[in-house]
Design a protein. Sequence first.
Length: 370
Amino acid sequence: MNINNIVRKVYPKLTPYKCKLADLPVEEIKAILGKETVYKLSFNESPLSPSPKAIQAMTESLGKLNLYPSSSGDPIMKKIAEIEGVGPEQVILSNGADEMIILIAQTFLEPEDEVIIPKLSFIQYLAATNLMGATPVFSQMNEDLSYDLDDILSKITSKTKVIFLCNPNNPTGTIMPKHELVKFLSKVPEQILVVIDEAYQEYAGLPEFESGVRHLNQHRFLFVVRTFSKAYSLAGARLGYGIGTPEVIAAINHVRPPFNVNAVVQAGALASLDDFEHLQKAKVLNDQGKQLIYEAAESLGLPYLKSYTNFVYIDTKIDSDLVFEKLAEYGVIVRTLKGYGLDTSIRVSVGKQEEVLAFVESFKEIMLQA
Ligand SMILES: *Cc1c(COP(=O)(O)O)cnc(C)c1O
């Protein structure tokens, strides 16, 4: 008798969150590398602290932590609804977008269902699919690493229950242009839930990008996932949210734990939404950093993808493990994309200027020697 006799059947397909060097908290990376300065550009975290308004609101919330938080997430939930121009019955909060992806899976997936996932996308869609014992069906990418939406449509069967899309996409930073999204939605059969993860939408910028929220009337079961972890600098506090048609929200609410979002982040997120300057600062810093990374790739003659996010995809043309190790010697931590079968590509998060410059300088030295 061992633990394998009592865990669920899906257990062999589930993996605990792996902590390779790039996944560790920065203090631990410092200790392992024996360095005082480490530039962690592997997590797409905001280089800015949370908005001072958010910090104040969160600090004030601490004295009331003897009380349970609001279950619906009112008033932050209503504030999001107001900003997005939807009804409060169309918004639901989660303990980070990661939890929302799991809630979607728990609400909709049966073991006999198929889930279409783009081959090069956020890994949690696969983890959530496996959790429920459903079958992942991978769609291929176009040569330029954008989504092949025709391939996705061609993979739809009578068993397809959910299609996960990430827009802008992690780890490529690319978007589905709005006309393609509209055309795609018009072709997806009504009974399929289309999930669009917009974790990076604040960085995306108009006019090519358009949120799925603007298209809720075009597909019956459409659900958009967002987070305060990236542009709003609240990754450590955990707040995700979803916007969808009332039926989809009501269904997920049957599964959502009653107090899944803590009171501290509810207060902090509400205050963050009032700090337009902080968001603006994050975007400007990000645009400047991206430019420096593009210029470095260009000067080295390396292909990269124009990013609508806070990270840049670069094909280093050499073994990415080697690039990772050399960069780590300079205290710069990036993400390799070997898990996706891309042996020479890296994803580098846009940090603050000092961090970006540390990456650019060490990357140039390494690549010129290689
Ligand atoms: C970072 C990220 C998330 C996770 O966000 P949390 O709210 O921190 O759980 C979800 N989706 C994508 C595509 C991400 O990159």
